[in-house]
Design a protein around this ligand. Structure first.
Ligand code: NAD
Length: 512
């Protein structure tokens, strides 16, 4: 995180927050908490800018994405250092998760948005096709609010923004108060790319600012964050009858089958659980391993975890916990697991050698579903491994969760992996891979159960920033309207006869 400390309000009456690095504890700067008046003014500015932007062809808007990509390449180091400053994540993760993922999104939507948003001529069914023509026009919604969390401060601000912008909307971003500087940097990149003024704005602040933005007259909210806040955003949007997508928390399960390549699975478990210090919505938070391979798998995992290097500078593998509240959750879950009989195989404490917010990469055995660590989102570098009799039990336990965001299955038989994936109640599942779905642009991404509502990314996500407007054109220039009235019993009888002919015979059903 940053570590966030409230300060005295400034002369304009705005609250202020001071931020410090979670890794070095050094001060990072201060932000203003924008209020309701700021949010309304931002929406007004955005609406003015959006009307001209919406008139541009998608190909023109896409050109701005290419310019932003060029600026991103030039300013990679700024992104990396800003993200590392706010989060304490390893440099490799800042490059892969933030720079690479955003570059890929900019390039993908610049290349594909025009085709995805092209007006569609849809063929109609049966006799209707001789009477009507149908076009679907993808029209921008207007002003979209993007509210983002702290765990992927640059990518989770940029990715929805890129999609909303290229679809013809203006965007107001409210980045997490824990990582505001990555959001502010996004604004600098878009400005340097020449994006028209007012089209992308950033409101800094905390929950007060997010709530004010939701009520400021938006046309859609794209929210990424916790279940508790997502529910508040959903209520606010419901009150105003505006759409929202809610990308929320998860408790992703990993299933390790008997026929697995143990080295690959152990590598997948460690990457899935410890990437981003476990603070990843699609991170692996629980493992179910089939009894016959459980000992060998667990041993390989523990060996790999023992080699992970935790640190602040230079080369290391696991970074800081991004803010103190998350450390409290991790310690609470660990205390509960210990009290209920879990065994700590490695880790299990704050790192005594580092001053900042560091928790050692931890592997647990002897866990069960009475424990918080198997039920609630921990969002930390903890990997609980549970032994199961077989794959059926693993599927049942994977589904015993109020969350349903991602998940992964490991087997040498990918057809079997797909069959298991189809039985997991989750937004997405990987076979012999992990944490990938958000990074595959074509894959619609979104959670089931408490993990969210709606989907982002790819064609589904991009069209979600539009209203799909059907335009129906009569093939005979409206001639039928001329003879619609008066209603007559004779024509009613004729219509009923026609209905029987249409759907009362197999030939009629085939034709209609
Ligand atoms: P959070 O819910 O605390 O905050 C998210 C954002 O909402 C922040 O910008 C915050 O200031 C804002 N906010 C707070 N109160 C608000 C209100 N009343 N109205 C509007 N906005 C408000 O979440 P977090 O702690 O920043 O992020 C971690 C959570 O995000 C985890 O649960 C994680 O799983 C989830 N997450 C989900 C995805 C996904 O794509 N599904 C991706 C990343 C993170």
């Amino acid at each position: 995180m940053a570590i966030v400390t409230p300060l005295e309000p400034d002369s304009s009456g705005h609250r202020r927050l001071a931020l410090a690095s979670p890794a070095t504890l050094e001060p990072l700067g201060e932000i203003e908490v924008h209020d309701e008046a700021d949010a309304r003014a931002a929406v007004e500015r955005a609406r003015k800018a959006q009307s001209e932007w919406a008139e541009l062809p998608v190909s023109e808007r896409a050109r701005y994405l290419v310019s932003t990509l060029e600026i991103l390449l030039e300013r990679q180091e700024d992104v990396i250092s800003t993200v590392i400053g706010e989060t304490g994540k390893p440099r490799t993760e800042a490059i892969q998760m933030e720079v690479f993922a955003v570059g890929d999104a900019l390039n993908y939507y610049a290349k594909n948005a025009e085709a995805i948003l092209k007006t569609e001529k849809r063929k109609l069914h049966g006799l209707t096709q001789w009477m009507k023509r149908l076009r679907i026009v993808y029209r921008p919604l207007g002003v979209v609010g993007v509210i983002s969390p702290w765990n992927g401060p640059f990518v989770l601000a940029m990715n929805p923004t890129i999609q909303a912008l290229v679809a013809g909307n203006a965007v107001i971003l409210k980045p997490s108060e824990v990582t505001p500087f990555s959001g502010l940097l996004a604004a600098e990149l878009f400005e340097a790319a020449g994006l028209p003024e007012g089209l992308f704005q950033v409101l800094t602040g905390d929950g007060e600012t997010g709530a004010a933005l939701c009520r400021a007259g938006l046309d859609k909210v794209s929210f990424t964050g916790s279940v508790a806040t997502g529910r508040k955003v959903a209520v606010s949007c419901a009150e105003q009858l505006i759409p929202c997508t809610l990308e929320l928390g998860g408790k992703d399960a990993m299933i390790v089958c008997e026929d697995v390549n143990l080295d690959y699975a152990a590598g997948g478990a460690v990457a899935g659980a410890f990437m981003n210090t476990g603070q990843y919505c699609c991170g692996t938070e629980r493992v179910y391993v089939v009894d016959s391979v459980a000992d060998a798998f667990t041993q390989k995992v523990v060996e790999r975890v023992a080699e992970l290097r935790q640190g602040v500078e230079g080369e290391f593998d696991v970074g800081a916990i991004f803010w103190p509240q998350q450390l409290d959750v991790i310690e609470e879950h660990m205390a509960d697991a210990r009290a209920r009989g879990a065994t700590v195989l490695t880790g299990g404490r704050r790192n005594p050698d580092l001053e900042g917010l560091f928790y050692e990469p931890t592997v647990l055995a002897d866990v069960d579903h009475s424990m918080q660590i198997m039920q609630q989102e921990t969002f930390g570098p903890i990997l609980p491994i549970m032994r199961v009799a077989g794959e059926a039990e693993a599927i049942e336990l994977a589904n015993d969760s109020e969350y349903g965001l991602g998940g992964n299955v490991w087997t040498r038989d990918s057809a079997k992996g797909i069959r298991i994936a189809e039985q997991i109640e989750s937004g997405s599942v990987c076979v012999n891979d992990m944490t990938m779905t958000y990074g595959v642009q074509e894959a619609p991404f979104g959670g089931r159960k408490q993990s969210g509502i709606g989907q982002v990314n790819g064609a589904t996500g991009l069209r979600g920033y539009c209203h799909a407007e059907p335009i129906i054109v009569d093939r005979r220039g409206g001639k039928m309207a001329d003879s619609r009235y008066p209603y007559r019993a004779k024509s009613d009888a004729g219509l009923q006869k026609f209905i029987r002919l249409l759907w009362g015979t197999s030939l009629g059903r085939w034709l209609s």
